[in-house]
Write a protein that binds this ligand. Structure first.
Ligand code: TNX
Length: 510
């Protein structure tokens, strides 16, 4: 028998190269310095005691690294830079020229230092750090690998301050566990907004204590006739807190005046004819409307927004407003204008789908461009900011191609390259960077029923939207991106994610 020298066990002595790291989103500045940092069982995570929120980031980092490394990784408050072999979280002196989520990651043989413009920036930095570790860092059980990180410096700063994803929990209901997993996924790629589409024709999913039948009756079913469900206010707050710890703002949406069949089925008095509708389990749109000329409707809206605003720490409430085909245009304008005042009265800024700009907009109101350029331009003319979600590019519920088993195709097929190859600031003539708050990719749930389905439509397009939101156009190109994306496959596998293995991507084999 021949004994081969055990070169398998010895790591190649070449220093690792940070320039070769497959990071998504691509950082703004990166410089390799040719050596590496080794995370070991004696490593701990120190955080500068001057900011207590850094403790949260240190905790989350430790929690994320413990299962696969098997290391203890204590989190320790400190006044000074720690000794060799540790991770150190710190804030730099606030820099107003940078986004609050900006950070610098400095990796030397001795120390791994994160310094950031805010705790949110430190949290974004730990996502970069995870991607610098071997993909098996994502495993839930202890792995025997060397936890080595290439040395160098990364200076990063997001292009847009608003980088979001929407999840429709109305057409099919997803519970708190699913939503938290969804939050983990979007947090991994530095997204910072989670828009929850809480109500629609098929189901009302948020408890409103003053109108209990909304969930008791209106939450009972979903597309296809399944059992539906809803969040109690406590569960909703649990989601909000989970997101907040990851520096993600939740934007709750109550669709109005259309897409309201679930409410109209729960309370007869909200209907123009005073008759309760039947629950709806199909996928048609545009057939329902609140009675815009009844005062009880505004009492209802006031109660809903008041209760929702009280449990929503974020600045926004989304009022829907799309496809109100069953509402006369003049009634729609009257309704949206009144609802905008209600949202403002409870201290929130209104977001609506682009159609809402036909009403008189307050300048802090925001239009979400999904369909009509004319509407987006109309909102800009009223000094409103725009969230870019053009359906042809940004809809996570579109099929990848004609063979995709899940998704719709009314806005076209969106392959992985189509989802990546566009820029919010040049997509429409007249909508420029200064008009845009950021990007959001909505995931409507007519065709998806469980986490596997969610994952299939989300992965890998989510990563492209995350990069569009984070990385400026001059640093983005598909040929470079597709290689980095290919290397994410091992991470998807370690996380057991059901992703779409597009043949547009040269997936790394391993
Ligand atoms: C259009 S996008 C809708 C939703 C559907 C979606 C399906 C928007 C504001 N309205 O009600 O779920 O298409 O892709």
């Amino acid at each position: 028998m021949i004994f081969l020298a055990s070169c398998e066990q010895k790591r190649v002595a070449n220093p690792m190269d940070l320039e070769q790291a497959y990071l998504i989103p691509r950082p703004i500045e990166l410089k390799a310095t040719g050596s590496s940092f080794l995370l070991s069982e004696t490593s701990n995570i120190y955080y500068n005691e001057s900011n207590t929120s850094l403790k949260n980031v240190a905790f989350l980092l430790a929690e994320g690294l413990r299962p696969a490394t098997g290391f203890k990784l204590d989190t320790i408050a400190t006044k000074k830079i720690p000794i060799s072999g540790n991770i150190y979280l710190n804030l730099f002196e606030k820099d107003a020229t940078l986004n609050t989520e900006a950070y610098t990651l400095t990796i030397t043989e001795d120390l791994l230092t994160i310094s950031a413009n805010s705790p949110a920036g430190a949290f974004r930095a730990i996502q970069t750090l995870r991607q610098l570790l071997p993909p098996v860092i994502e495993m839930k059980t202890k792995q025997s690998v060397k936890w080595e990180i290439p040395s160098g410096i990364i200076k990063d700063n997001p292009h847009f301050g608003f980088r979001g994803v929407m999840l429709d929990v109305s057409r099919h209901f997803f519970n708190v566990t699913d939503v938290k997993k969804f939050i983990d996924y979007i947090a991994s790629y530095k997204m910072n907004m989670l828009h929850l589409h809480l109500t629609d024709d098929q189901g009302w999913r948020i408890e409103i204590k003053s109108w209990p039948n909304l969930t008791e009756h209106g939450g009972k079913t979903q597309v296809g006739g399944g059992k539906g469900g809803f969040f109690t206010q406590e569960e909703y707050s649990d989601i909000i807190n989970y997101a907040a710890k990851r520096y993600i703002t939740v934007i709750p949406e109550i669709e109005m005046p259309g897409h309201t069949n679930a409410a109209l089925a729960s309370y007869a008095e909200l209907n123009a004819d005073g008759k309760a509708r039947k629950l709806y389990t199909g996928t048609r749109v545009g057939f329902s409307s609140l009675a815009t000329d009844k005062e009880i409707t505004y009492k209802f809206v006031d109660d809903v927004i008041r209760e929702l605003a009280a449990i929503t720490p974020g600045p926004y409430i989304h009022i829907g407003g799309d496809e109100s085909h069953a509402t006369k245009p003049k009634d729609f304008i009257y309704f949206v204008t009144r609802v905008q005042d209600i949202v403002n009265k409870y201290g929130k800024e209104m977001i609506g789908w682009d159609e809402v700009q036909t009403s008189k907009f307050k300048s802090n109101s925001i239009a979400q461009f999904w369909s009509k350029e004319k509407n987006a331009l109309g909102a800009i003319a009223q000094n409103a900011k725009i969230i870019m979600s053009p359906a042809k590019k940004a809809y996570l519920d579109m099929q990848y191609d004609s063979l995709s088993s899940l998704g719709l195709n009314w806005a076209g097929y969106i392959e992985v390259d189509d989802a990546y190859n566009w820029d919010p600031a040049t997509y429409t003539k007249g909508i420029n960077k200064e008009h845009i708050l950021g990007i959001e990719a909505p995931l409507w749930s007519e065709t998806i029923e469980n986490m596997d389905d969610i994952e299939y439509l989300l992965f890998p397009r989510l990563l492209g939207y995350a990069e569009i939101g984070w990385t400026p156009k001059n640093l983005r190109n598909w040929d470079d991106y597709k290689i980095r994306l290919a290397h994410q496959k091992e991470r998807f596998k370690a996380l057991d994610i059901n992703f779409y293995e597009s043949d547009k991507v040269p997936w790394a084999t391993k």
